[in-house]
Design a protein around this ligand. Structure first.
Ligand code: BES
Ligand code: MN
Ligand code: ZN
Length: 501
């Protein structure tokens, strides 16, 4: 881990940039005076005029200080209101990390000597944002030999050190798990297959001290069980599909705890299409370019289990991933074919590119065998959701009002954008087939995110269920913020982890 908390007086290290948070221009000005450099003061006043700096959220001043005391101070405005503007802190941290990286600094120091900011919450905010901001996907690049950026958080005294250290370790782990999900999603489908997802799950289970167990079903086991919808998608895939089932059981007093009061059973289902070509309903080339991202839901589920293996939770959790590629071949399912899903319902497959709902239908049915109190699925399910909410916002559809409120609140707390979409019963008619129980594409093209959610709903019947369509934010074509660069974002890891606690 490259993030440490230290006891260090403000501006006491010369050759690393310092980052100070301020709520007003006056506060920043006072800090500049502390530097005792006339030229820095002149430069600061110039920058204040040029940028209209007032210490507001999302304002920043980068001040070079050519004195022997400090080289550079970065002022991050977070606004003069009492409630903490968490997103302003995160984006400020992201910008500071970028500036340090671009200037080839080896170290960056966040100044929390101001007691208003020396809190556990602030430490966590800085740590997670900095961990996400530092992420680079370099697997396929020649090594550049630049040392990674070390981050220090300077505190006024040792009072916060014990609680602070724990908080920083966990906040770093949340960032690192999110970055693991990003690595999985960014890795091309050539190298990221259903088998690689199994490998990652295996490593997580092995390092869990017995709390996480893994079982994997292969093609013949899934066929035997009757997962006709999932197997229809896998039919054209040369690479073997793998159905992954992870279980986390809480430990108390060193013993696995199957059932204790207040303990719930939660099922997380992640869409795990390692590449979505569309199948015989082949996508146009442009639409295929980013389709290595179609296992982003699965990556998020794996990241959550990594965190469970490290830190635990009081609930029992199941993770389900029906992993496969969606490929054309002479073995592939054809438009017009009818298959029987695990719950016995028949589905007319009219478009093989609407494959996510088929794999999820069987995964959700399978999840119900373990009597979950709640099922949450995460899926890069529809382009229509991106049309509806744009690239940065995920759609939430749920049959449970309380769960909806909880998830929206968790997302907002961690800075992931989530918005409710309706499960309009009248539109469910559009998923009915004339020759089978359902069809996998609706009879009209409007409200495609809703009809996809409605397709899943009967499979989750009887259980409190939420569906997150993460097609927009899971893989960003341009940066989502200063701390989340373009490419995979690990969407959902932070929201689900926050919700679990
Ligand atoms: N994986 C895609 C959805 C997607 C689109 C994810 C863009 C991320 C970015 C999904 O399998 C798909 O192809 N959906 C179709 C459904 C249609 C055939 C009903 C779509 O959205 O066009
Ligand atoms: Mn598709
Ligand atoms: Zn897909």
């Amino acid at each position: 881990m490259d993030i440490t908390i230290v006891k260090k007086l403000r501006y006491s290290t010369a050759n690393s940039p310092w980052v100070s948070f301020v709520k007003s221009l006056a506060e920043a000005r006072k800090l500049v005076q502390e530097l005792g450099s006339a030229s820095a003061q002149t430069r600061f006043e110039h920058l204040v005029v040029a940028t209209k700096f007032a210490g507001n959220a999302n304002q920043m001043i980068v001040l070079p200080v050519s004195s022997e005391t400090v080289e550079m101070v970065i002022f991050i405005g977070i606004g003069n209101i009492s409630s903490l503007q968490a997103e302003a802190v995160r984006t400020g941290v992201g910008s500071a990390v970028k500036i340090a990286q671009h200037n080839y600094y080896h170290e960056l120091i966040f100044d929390l000597n101001d007691r208003r900011f020396a809190t556990v919450n602030f430490l966590q905010l800085i740590t997670t944002a900095a961990t996400l901001a530092q992420y680079q996907f370099t697997k396929y690049k020649q090594p550049d030999n630049n040392p990674s950026l070390k981050i220090e958080i300077a505190l006024p005294d040792s009072k916060l050190f014990l609680a602070g250290k724990k908080a920083v370790i966990q906040a770093y782990a949340v960032g690192a798990a999110t970055n693991l999900a990003r690595d999985l999603v960014n890795t091309p489908a050539l190298d990221l297959t259903p088998d690689s997802l199994v490998n990652t799950a295996t490593i997580i289970a092995q390092s869990s001290n017995g709390t996480v167990t893994l079982s994997v079903l292969d093609r013949s086991a899934c066929t035997e069980l009757g997962m006709g919808a999932y197997m229809a998608v896998a039919a054209g895939a040369e690479r073997e599909p793998k159905f992954i089932h992870l279980t986390y059981t809480p430990k108390s007093a060193g013993k696995l705890q199957k059932k204790s009061p207040g303990q719930k059973t939660i099922a997380l289902v992640g869409k795990g299409i390692t590449f979505d070509s569309g199948g015989l309903s082949l996508k146009p080339s442009d639409g295929m370019m980013t389709m290595k991202c179609d296992m982003a839901g699965a990556a998020t589920v794996l990241a959550i289990f990594k965190l469970l293996a490290e830190f635990g939770a009081k609930h029992t959790l199941h993770g389900f991933i029906a992993a496969t590629e969606n490929m054309p071949s002479s073995k592939a399912i054809r438009p017009g074919d009818v298959v029987t899903a695990l719950n016995g319902k028949t589905i007319e497959i009219l478009n093989t590119d609407a494959e996510g709902r088929l794999t999820l239908a069987d995964a959700i049915t399978y999840a119900k065998k373990f009597n979950p109190d709640t099922i949450i699925d995460l899926a890069t399910l529809t382009g229509a959701c991106v049309v509806a909410l744009g690239e940065e916002i995920a759609g939430l559809m749920t049959t449970d009002k309380a769960l909806s409120k909880e998830l929206l609140q968790s997302a907002s707390l961690v800075g992931e954008k989530l918005w409710p979409l309706p499960l309009e019963p009248r539109y469910a008619e559009l998923n009915k087939s004339s020759i089978a129980d359902y069809r996998n594409i609706p009879t009209n093209r409007y409200g495609g995110a809703l009809t996809a959610g409605l397709f899943l709903q009967p499979f989750a019947e009887g259980v409190s269920w939420a569906h997150l369509d993460i097609a927009g934010p899971a893989f960003a074509e341009k940066p989502l913020s200063s701390y989340l660069d373009k490419g995979a974002s690990g969407y959902g890891v932070r929201t689900i982890w926050e919700w679990l606690h």
